[in-house]
Write a protein that binds this ligand. Structure first.
Ligand code: MD3
Ligand code: FE
Length: 208
């Protein structure tokens, strides 16, 4: 006998981060993944290299007017994928999440697509390559669960961690927009959303 498992939606506030847990129901997550597949067929995932020459463990691509790039020349937003093609447009279904949660904000110009395999992580960092830091950032988690660490607007001090699950959406606005944050690890095989496993995180940002 098959069982349908679902979670109620809940809104948590942690250090100025608004965590909409269970925001996307499973059928909608599946539709978003199908949209992303179409994006990635035009702009495939690639492995960025830090300015110091170290390959990142996360694979990336993007949709929108700009994608975030890291290579030995530095970090920046670029209007082209490393292959030279323009990024695909941000799928309407993903823009809808932004409009629902931050209706007063400008429209996002970048949907960064991060893919985490079982050994991938992202060290504590600030997002500060965007020109208008008054605009929010919205993050969508899909696939395997990930341990998300939230810190402070300056380096150091106490941090708090939370497991993000498939369908969770986090809004960073106000002070949280400048907070240090990172992904310590993913929990392999904790979701069946992605056939080959792993985790996708989308971050929607205003760039200019
Ligand atoms: C807080 N990504 O791409 S999403 C990143 O799960 C990034 O892939 C992580 O950090 C991930 O830069 C974390 C949550 C997140 C995203 C953007 C933020 C938190 C943020 C921007 C400002 C402050
Ligand atoms: Fe970040």
């Amino acid at each position: 006998m098959a069982r349908i498992i679902f979670d109620a939606m809940a809104l948590l506030h942690v250090r100025g981060f608004d965590i909409h847990s269970g925001y996307l129901a499973l059928p909608e997550q599946e539709r978003v993944v199908a949209d992303l597949r179409a994006c990635l067929s035009r702009a495939p995932l690639f492995q960025p290299v830090t300015p110091r020459g170290k390959p990142m463990s996360v694979r990336m691509s993007a949709a929108g007017d700009y994608g975030w790039i890291s290579d030995p020349r530095g970090y920046r937003y670029e209007p082209h994928h490393p292959s030279g093609v323009t990024w695909p447009p941000i799928p309407e279904r993903i823009l809808k999440i932004w409009r629902d949660l931050v209706p007063e904000a400008r429209l996002p110009e970048c949907c960064l697509i991060n893919w985490y395999g079982e050994a991938a992580k992202m060290g504590l960092h600030q997002d500060s390559d965007e020109a208008d830091m008054t605009q929010p950032v919205v993050s969508v988690s899909l696939g395997d669960e990930a341990l998300f660490r939230m810190g402070n607007p300056t380096r150091g001090g106490k941090t708090e961690s939370i497991w993000l699950r498939s369908g969770d959406v986090v809004v960073m606005a106000g002070d949280a927009r400048r907070a240090y944050h990172g992904i310590d690890r993913v929990r392999p095989n904790s979701s069946t959303l992605l056939p080959k496993g792993g985790r996708i995180n989308l971050t929607l940002r205003v760039v200019t």
